[in-house]
Every structure is written in structure tokens, then in C-alpha cells.
Design a protein around this ligand. Sequence first.
Ligand SMILES: Nc1ncnc2c1ncn2[C@@H]1O[C@H](COP(=O)(O)OP(=O)(O)OP(=O)(O)O)[C@@H](O)[C@H]1O
Length: 860
Amino acid sequence: MAKSRKETPLMTQYNSIKAKYPDALLLFRVGDFYETFGQDAVKTSQILGIVLTKRNNGDSHTELAGFPHHSLDSYLPKLVRAGLRVAICDQLEDPKTVKGIVKRGVTELVTPGVTFNDQVLNSRKNNFLLSLHQEKGKYGIALVDISTGEFLVAEGNLEKLLHILHTFSPSEIIHQRSVPIPEQLKTRSIFKLEDWAFQYPYAYEKLTAHFKTNSLKGFGIEQFPLAITAAGAIFAYLVEDTHHALLQHITKIQLIPQDDFLMLDGFTLRNLEILQPNHPDGKSLLDIIDKTSTPMAARLLRRRLILPLKSVNEINRRLNLVEFFSREEELRFEISELLKTISDLERLIGKLASEKISPKELGYLRSSLVSVQKIRELLRPFHDIPAWIEPLHDLSEIITFLQKNLQEELPVNLAKGNVVREGVDDELDALRNLQQNGKNYLEEMCARETERTGIASLKIDFNNVFGYYIEVRNTHKDKVPQDWVRKQTLVNAERYITEELKNYETQILGAEEKISALEYSLYRKICAQVLEFMDDIQQNSAIIAQIDVALGFSLLADNQGYTRPVLNEGFAIELQEARHPIIENSLPLGEKYIPNDIFLDNETQQILMVTGPNMAGKSAILRQTAIVCLLAQIGSFVPAKHAEIGILDRIFTRVGASDNISAGESTFMVEMNEAANILNNVTERSLILLDEIGRGTSTYDGVSIAWAIAEFLHGHATRPKTLFATHYHELNEMALTFGRIKNFHIAIQENKGSVIFMRKLLPGGSEHSFGIYVAKLAGMPAKVVSRAQEILKILEASRSAESTDKIKRVTEKNLQLSFFQLDDPVLENIREELTKIDINTLTPIEALMKLNAIKKMIGG
Ligand SMILES: Nc1ncnc2c1ncn2[C@@H]1O[C@H](COP(=O)(O)OP(=O)(O)OP(=O)(O)O)[C@@H](O)[C@H]1O
């Protein structure tokens, strides 16, 4: 048995609290410091770069690392960003009033997905906590951003779950301890909750109690029990585990609709560089199009970008607003100046509700509301606006209230005081008066007493031992009046106190404490009053975000020459002079992006087989087509001279041999997995980009797979629109046989062994890849380049023209490969039977009987 060890009482208290938070790093308040012990101390010192020391603990030692309590704001984010959950343990009593050990307890658990801390949060990004509940292969999902109050739920299969993961990128996931978590989620920050947190009745009760409703019908989620269960676990986690009980800013729970959005999978998001560039110094699509001023709008834009709409009407409502701002330039200028003065209303309300708002922040809320009010006034004369967005609420009442109650300049720290305005509270005014006028009062008293006693050298002063006193030099001792009480005798002087001075002292010394207690309670009252307007402020914040996004889009359109797209319910994509928004912004000075036209539909031109030399711009064409459609469906103008787009419901992109070594899978395997996923999920409104699919294996395998995929997509009942970039010129043969496959190439000009890239997409296939030329451009040794040219010549000569002919023959055969060409004798009989039938005289009954006879022939 281990020898029992002696601990100090402080460490015993520490250990008992730490035992309740084994997964968290415990910041233990001791006096003016937050201390960490043992393994927590080792981690803390490494992450924060602070000194690791040892502390005596009874008959042993433990590691210790600590920092002053006022450094919490700067150190906490570093710990949380390092992926740690941090429990903040505070002193729950005033040490001065307690004998022995102070009572301590955890007052907040900050985790990657649950925080209000501005240093941990990114203002242009939501910070979601995802709760996952699973039953029989179905998932209930709930997401909360506690900093903004957004609360979303969904229910569905694994694909839906993965889509939500890619879309909302939660910082933390909670799930039921006893249920295994899907493989795809394992790399995330995960916290396991006990089974009781994932019970439907508990969840239902918690949610209805929070929203003060009888049922969840009003939120449209009643029929999603798994989602409700997941949402209930969020409450358990927030309230029980992380001590966030003040959640009144979460005012609704919203269903993420199943079918309202264009689906973009994780690969497509990455490949099109929608949120993140593929190179560290590159730009994402979001970087290019984000011209918003407010953090709420930045977050809304991000959300819209990954959840593009499918409703033509909804998209047009958004486009109308963009067009409106492009038309009304003067108004746009005035509003955009005001938007710059609006703070993060959504997060300020979150802080207000959770009682974490500082006076300075409340001041920001006030000035933001003033700007919102001005925008409201500016928009009022425009009668079209209400058809596109909800009108802004009138908040003049709460603005006036805040102006009347709060000082102009406000401190960060409430304890600094001077938060509440004069005239709000009589007692506060009197106390402040006393504090400020104390000096005058003493001077006045001093003058009065001098006159009364005739002691010219009389002075009034203060020390910490005796408080206020009147000092009289010994020479004037005899003039001291009866009512003065002697306090102290010095060598040359005597010190006295009077009734009046004593009263003054009690008042002035208590005033400071009273002022701060009064200000504290008045501040809480002011906050509570603002909270009464929470719904309207939250709604205004959401409307401002929409205005800001639309206004930003109109600025973008004007700066970059974008035009309003035409959306329709058809199946064609017709783009004139379309451009790639990211590439056109990253070209070297003086180089111009060359626009291109694209036409795709389900009837005549379903698959474009795009060939062209390396570096010609094939990928650019593919991606710009998808990006233009995507921008149109989020309600933005687009980089094209004209765009008509039949609504898309999915964009798939796959790039051959994308490097995925870090995931430990064969690159080719990944490529095939992803291609298989496309083939199994296409719809008639899908747009598919296949960029050199098949190149991850040998040429023959690659050509065969690429050919078979193109053939499959062409033959698929949904006829998904596809852009196929390839170096396999053999694929150009397909257009001869498959009517909706069209060949295009990207033009180049050859001039005495060098190549000029024209960047123009033209009809017809191309002959060469110019890979060797590109290798030469890249600085490959001349010897290697010339040898490669020799080998290419030999290979091209030996590549029998027969091979492509063969594919053609097989294809043609496949196409005609019908019932009647099979050699089976039974089928031969059927053929005979069928040819004997005279359709013109056959009655329906006879037809049925014939069919039955034929069925019998094949044993049916
Ligand atoms: N239309 C265009 N106008 C101007 N520059 C362009 C255009 N298209 C592409 N480029 C430039 O050419 C570069 C190469 O384009 P891209 O990657 O699309 O070529 P690719 O044909 O797919 O090449 P590879 O076959 O080697 O993958 C781009 O990074 C861009 O700088």
C-alpha cells in the first residue's frame, strides 16, 4: 500500500476541486495570483513561457507556475488556443473576513467552444460548440455560439453531419460517453458527457423551460427528437459543466433546413479556396469578396458563402438590395461611414445577458445604437426596402435612457467608478459631491475655526492613525475652545478633533465604498433595463448585418466590375466573359485576366472536355465557372459580363491525385473514393468539376477510368453538367460518339519552340500537352529537356493509332449492345417471338399475355 502523504490544507482544497475537473487545467486563485500545480503547472509554464518552480506540500513538493490575476485576460486565450479547457477557480470569500482557508470554487470553465473572451474569439468568425447525439445511424446535431446567442439544430445521416461540420467548423464537440464517435470527427476537440445529459425528456424540459414555452412546436423542431436531445445536452454542458447559467440572449432555436441550400462538400470548399487559400500568402474567395464593416456582417457573409441559396426569389431579394446600393451611391457612402462606427452588437448583447459587459462596452453599445438609428432614418424614405429586408426597429427610447444614465466617457473597469451620470441618483450625487467638495469644505471649516479662535496658524490635516485633526502650535494652546477634544500631543503642538470633523470623517471615508457599491447596483439596473430591449437590438443587429453585406457586395461589384446575374429554374449555365475572382486579383502588375465564355446544359452541351497544355488555364476555367455560380447563389454580383444560371443544388469538384499523404491514404485511393462519391450522388442540378481525374495512376488505367467516368455521367439519367479538364487527348474521341460531350481547348501560340498562353477557351480538342516546354520554363537542365523530347517522339510514333480506334469500337459496341445481340438461345427465342408480333393489331390483353409468355421463357 502506498504510504499516506501529508498535505498542506491549501493543497487538500486544491486537490478536491481539481478532482472535479480532471480534464481541465485548473487556475487556482491564491491572493493576487492564479496558480497552477503539478502537471497543469508544467503545461502552463510551457505554453505561457513562465517560470516553473516548486512548492512545499506537506512532506513533499509539487510543481508550481503562476501569474498575477490581472494577467488573466492575456494568458487565458493562449491556454485555450492551445486546445486546453481552463477552469477558473476563484476565492468565494473576502480573505480579510475569514480565519483559516478561504472558500474557493470554479466560477467559469472556458473551453474552445464556450467563451466570451474577445482574445479567444475571432470577431469575423462564429465560435460554435457542436453537440452530437446518435441513434441507429441517424444523427441529432445542435450548435450553439454562446457569444452571439445563435442556437441551431439539424437531424440527418452521416453526409448531413459532415456537411454541417464543414460548414460551421465547430471549435469543440460534445457527445455521449458510451457511444463511439464517427471516425471523421476524431481529429476535433471532443468532450464526452455522461449519458444522463443525452435524454430526450430532460432535453425537452430544459428547452421549454429556457424558452418559457409549453412545447417546441413554435420553433418547428418538435418532430426532431434526436436534434432536441442534442440541444438538451448543450444546456447540460453550459449550465452544469461550464457554469454559464445566464443564457437569456439565446432567444430562439432554429432548424437548419434540409434542402434549402446548395451543397458544397469539404473538398470543394478547399479546392475552390472558398474560406481559406491553398497557399499561405494567397487569398481566399472570402478575402476577396468581404467588404463588410461590422463583425456581424463578416460572420453573416461567411455563413452565406458556405450555404448558398436555391430559391430564385430569395436570391433576387438579396440582389435587389445590392443593386439598390449600387444605384444610390450617396446614400451608400453615408451608410458605410455609419457602419464603421457600429461595434459587434450581437456579442455585446451576449456579454450583457451573461453580466460580462464592461461600462466601456456598454458605451459602445450606446454609440452603435445611435448609428443604427441614423441608418434607420436614412433608409426611411426608400419604400422598396421593406420588400427586401425587415425594417429596423426604433430604439430611440433605450438610446435616450443610456444617454441620460451613463457618463460620456466610460472606464473598462466598473470599479474605477464614474460610470453613472449626475442627476440619476440623489444619494450618489451627494456622495460624489462630498468626495469632490471635501477639500473646499475643510478649507472653509479651517477659515471658520481660525476666525472663531483667533489662532492664525491653525491647520486641519489627516493621518492614517488618528484620521482628521486640527493642529494648534503650543503657543496658542490657551485659545483652544472647550468643545475641542484633545487627541495627540506633539513636541511643539497639540492635535484636536471636533464633533463636526468627526462627522465629516465618517462621511468622507465611507463615501468611496458607498459610491462604488451604489454605482455597481445602478449599473446592474441600467444593464437590466437595456436587456428589456434585447429582442429588438438583436433583430436590428441581424438587419444591419444584411445591409452591410449587401452594401459590401455593391462596393465589390463597382470596384471589380461585377454584374448582376440572372437566376432561373432552368438547367443551363451561360456565362459571358467570366473571370476567376481570386486569380484576377493576384496577377502580377500589368497582366490582365483573360475572360472566357462557358455554356453548359443538360440537353446539348452537358460535358465539356477541356484540354490544353500545362499552365494554359484549364483549372482556372473550371473553378471560375463554379465560383461565378456560387457567388450568384449567395446573392452577389458576379465577375462576368453577363451570367444566366439555372439554379444548382450541388457543386462537386475533384482534382486528380490531390496530395493527401498526411491522412495516411494512397492519393489515388482518395481520388477514386471521392470520384465514387460524386457518381453516387449526382443530381440534375449538379455542377461537377473533374480536374485531371485519373492522373494518379498509370496512363492506361487513368485514361480508362476517366473515359468510363465521362461515359457514366453522360449516360446518367440526371445528366449532370460537367467540366472535365484532362491531358488525355484520347478522351477527345468521346465527342464523336457521345452527343452531349463537347471538346474544347485552351489556345496557345507556338512560336519557334516557345509557347504563348492565350488563355482563350475555344471549341475543339488539342494535340499536345507541352509538359516538356513547361519543364524547360521551370529551369530543368537542358540535357533532361532534350532527352525528354527525344523520348516523346519515340513514344508518340509508337503509340498506335489503333488504341483509340479500339476504344471507339468498344464504345460503339457498348452503345448498341442490346438485348438482340446476345448469343443466348433463350434470348434468341424471345427475339423470334417478338418479331412475330404485329403491334398494330395487338390488343392490350394480348400484349399482357405475350409479356407473360416471354417472362416464362426466362424462367420468371
Ligand atoms: N484566363 C486567364 N487570364 C490570365 N491568367 C490566367 C488565366 N487562366 C490562368 N491564368 C494563369 O495561369 C496559371 C495556370 O493556370 P491553371 O492552373 O488553370 O493551368 P492548368 O491548365 O490547369 O495547368 P496544369 O495542367 O499544369 O494543371 C494561373 O495560376 C494563372 O496565373
